[in-house]
Design a protein around this ligand. Structure first.
Ligand SMILES: NC(=O)c1ccc[n+]([C@@H]2O[C@H](COP(=O)([O-])OP(=O)(O)OC[C@H]3O[C@@H](n4cnc5c(N)ncnc54)[C@H](O)[C@@H]3O)[C@@H](O)[C@H]2O)c1
Length: 337
């Protein structure tokens, strides 16, 4: 097995430069080439990193035997074709979230990755953050008790995307966090939303995932909020947690808040007792998540280790988004997963 993986990064727009920087910082990997169809973006890459090759020709780089792995950071509608071609040319592939635009496409890529014995991984960056690692630990060691709800708010004055709605743009972060920390699978989804631009691409959307155990998850995504909020509330029957990703240091707060209830059989009422106790702020590791993600990809190639954000997580996220899309078009109709 190779000890240095040579990679090509496709797409040097907003996110691509972060990927190039993080992969360049790893010892067991070399960024050989950056590809983009905008020459001005390639010039920026070349000025920063004179040793990197640049190209506008995706397919000639895909066919280059010297390249071991392809990192795809182009718009979602292009992911499938580039990834499939790279896999068929025996490359390992990392795709930016969301993996692809449909469940069918995700399944074809998974089949191709298995057939070619390639690593196929999706960059769900959040699951590599110290905060999500800490939340996972707190759930696993039962600090929160039995989980009852997950409620995320990811809103700001965001960039309207030409090819995907706000759920496909923003919700992959929260869906991947939820699937990573909570193992029960939802059985259905409802989503409502609206396009204020007349192009049918929703800029505000609300999605609910329904679970048979009584757990519920809700997602609020918007590109048209005057304030930027990045909140996730997780409620357990012992404690409740707030993850505020915009806090510089105290990102997670654990509330000793809860309630108990008794049913008054005679009057058919419930009697609720509330508890509002201390608030605890745990220490959270402050590593760059993208660096952990890049290491996971390279280790998966070199050591054959299953990556945390594997292709199956990518598929699950796309399944939920596709079903949410059907629900959106039917004014919130419940769609089974
Ligand atoms: N993991 C994260 O936190 C995170 C954050 C932002 C974006 N993303 C994801 O990264 C991907 C790219 O998003 P972005 O915001 O960087 O987009 P962007 O539009 O800023 O950049 C995309 C780049 O790809 C290039 N490109 C487009 N089509 C091409 C083609 N056919 N051939 C060659 N180059 C082409 C464009 O010229 C552009 O420079 C998306 O999947 C997005 O969801 C992930």
């Amino acid at each position: 097995m190779k000890s240095c993986i040579k990679i090509a990064v496709l797409g040097y727009g907003y996110w691509g430069p972060n990927l190039v920087r993080n992969f360049r910082n790893l010892d067991n990997c070399k960024v050989e080439c950056v590809i983009d169809n905008r020459k001005e973006r390639l010039e920026i890459a070349k000025n920063l990193y004179p040793d990197i090759q640049i190209s506008t020709d995706v397919y000639s780089v895909i066919q280059n035997q010297n390249i071991d792995a392809f990192v795809i950071a182009t718009p979602v509608s292009t992911h499938f074709e580039f990834a499939l071609n790279a896999l068929k040319n025996k490359k390992h592939v990392l795709i930016e979230k969301p993996m692809v635009s449909s469940v069918k496409e995700a399944e074809i890529l998974i089949e191709a990755a298995i057939a070619n014995k390639s690593v196929l991984m999706i960059d769900h960056t959040y699951i590599y953050t110290g905060s999500v690692g800490k939340i996972h630990e707190l759930i696993n060691n039962n600090t929160l008790g039995t989980l009852k709800y997950f409620d995320s708010t990811r809103i700001n004055l965001g960039l309207f995307q030409p090819d995907i709605n706000v759920l496909w743009d923003l919700a992959p972060h929260d869906i991947s966090i939820l699937l990573h920390i909570f193992k029960e699978k939802p059985f259905s989804v409802n989503a409502t939303g609206i396009s204020h631009t007349g192009n049918g691409i929703e800029n505000i959307a609300y999605m609910t995932l329904n679970y048979s155990s009584g757990f519920i998850a809700h997602f609020n995504c918007s590109w048209t909020s005057p304030v930027k909020l990045r909140f996730i509330l997780i409620g357990g029957d012992k404690k409740m947690l707030l993850f505020n990703d915009l806090e510089p240091t105290e990102k997670i707060k654990i509330y000793d808040t809860g309630y108990t209830y008794n049913t008054d059989d005679e009057r058919k009422k419930i009697l609720v007792d509330y508890r509002a106790g201390d608030i605890y702020i745990p220490k959270v590791e402050n590593n760059e998540a993208l660096s952990n993600m890049a290491k996971d990809f390279i280790n998966a190639i070199i050591k054959g280790k299953q990556p945390e954000s594997d292709m199956y997580l990518g598929l699950e996220v796309v399944k939920i988004l596709e079903a949410a899309g059907q629900s959106l078009k039917n004014r919130g109709k419940e769609i089974n997963l």
